[in-house]
Design a protein around this ligand. Structure first.
Ligand code: 2U9
Length: 339
């Protein structure tokens, strides 16, 4: 028995394998229940009592020697596998790259936050719409140019299915579904059939606000605009309103703010005027209220709308609209740290 143990010792010491499969084969050959060392334990009962102590110790020693040897062989393969994959677990990990918020998202969040403080809640809706929600319910005349293929992306004709040209369509849904008072602010992508250049794109982002209640007046609109402009551009900001026209508001106006760069003295950003055009606004046309079954004798409202790209260009000094959509990290990383 002792001779057998000795010869197994030498055999195991000299073991050499060339694959993981072979390691497993030798493990089964020596260490499994029916393996060569396992058999020694089986034969142990035939050993003379006076030798049992010595032989038992030797078998245990052999078993632990074989276990260590086979584990070492196994580990040598694991290490060479890791080498093949080029992984060195002792190297420090890669630094975690923090993303940055998109400049349009920064401005959108700032604007939503201002309206949120005034009690407006956010509403969102589909980018693909029907004629009713984009045009008819908003008092667009049949012959209005926006209804033309040249200005709007149509998906289907008769009945017309199209990409929304403004987020007012979402507010039509709100008016159809809710009773006044309604105080909602609507961010979203809109689409217009325009040639792409530094100053125009076929897709851009809008935010519109709508407030409908009893006795809402133009004074409420003006005060809201003043608050909004000073929150977004600073407390020294002045505003002015110029009369304008939109199918969905009457009266309508455009709001300018005193130039963010020169403060109103005149510079090349404001083209010497001291003013920058920021948004359009007005009192919701009674026809628009009635189209969504809101009694225009009982309720009135104001609405305003702005393009986020334009405001982000002014606030960040970006001079080409296309930069917002090219995903060039050299551009996007400059807005790190803001909001
Ligand atoms: C409803 C009724 C009225 C939203 C309004 C404007 C004026 C406006 C433009 C600014 C630049 C669009 O992005 S832009 O091209 N918007 O001038 N938007 S009033 O009026 C509404 C909205 C919803 C139910």
């Amino acid at each position: 028995m002792l001779d057998k143990i000795k010869s197994l010792y030498t055999e195991i010491e000299a073991l050499n394998v060339s694959s993981r499969e072979e390691v497993e084969e030798v493990r089964v050959k020596y260490l499994s229940k029916k393996g060569l060392i396992g058999q020694l334990f089986g034969d142990f009962k035939n050993v003379a009592p006076e030798q049992k102590r010595e032989v038992g110790a030797k078998i245990n020693e052999l078993k632990s020697f074989a276990t260590t040897k086979i584990n070492d062989l196994k580990e040598s393969f694991e290490q060479s596998d890791m080498g093949a994959q080029g992984a060195d677990l002792s190297l420090p990990g890669d630094a975690f790259q923090m993303g940055t918020r998109h400049p349009l998202a920064i401005i959108r969040n700032e604007i939503l936050d201002i309206f949120n403080r005034l009690g407006f809640t956010i509403s969102e809706g589909p980018e693909i719409e029907d004629d009713w929600h984009v045009f008819s319910a908003l008092n667009f005349p049949e012959e209005h140019p926006a209804r033309d293929m040249q200005d709007t992306f149509f998906i289907e004709k008769d009945p017309d299915i199209l990409l929304r040209t403004h987020t007012s369509s979402v507010q039509v849904h709100e008016m159809e579904e809710l009773n006044p008072p309604i105080r909602t602010v609507t961010p979203g992508r809109v689409f217009r059939n325009e040639a792409i250049s530094a100053r125009a794109h076929c897709m851009f982002h809008q935010i519109e606000a709508l407030y409908i209640d009893k006795d809402v007046s133009f004074a409420d609109l003006k005060q809201t605009l003043m608050f909004f402009a000073r929150e977004l551009f600073g407390e020294k900001t002045e505003i002015r309103l110029r009369p304008s026209y939109f199918p969905f508001t009457e009266p309508s106006a455009e709001m300018d703010v005193s130039c963010l760069i020169c403060g109103g003295k005149g510079c090349n950003v404001c083209k010497g005027t001291g003013w920058l055009e920021i948004l359009g606004c007005g009192m919701v046309d009674p026809n628009v209220l009635e189209s969504s079954n809101i009694d225009s004798k009982k309720y009135s409202g104001f609405a305003l709308g702005m393009g986020i790209e334009r405001i982000a260009m002014l606030k960040f000094g970006v001079n080409d609209l296309r930069l917002y959509f090219e995903n060039d990290l050299r551009f996007l990383k400059q807005f790190k740290g803001a909001n």
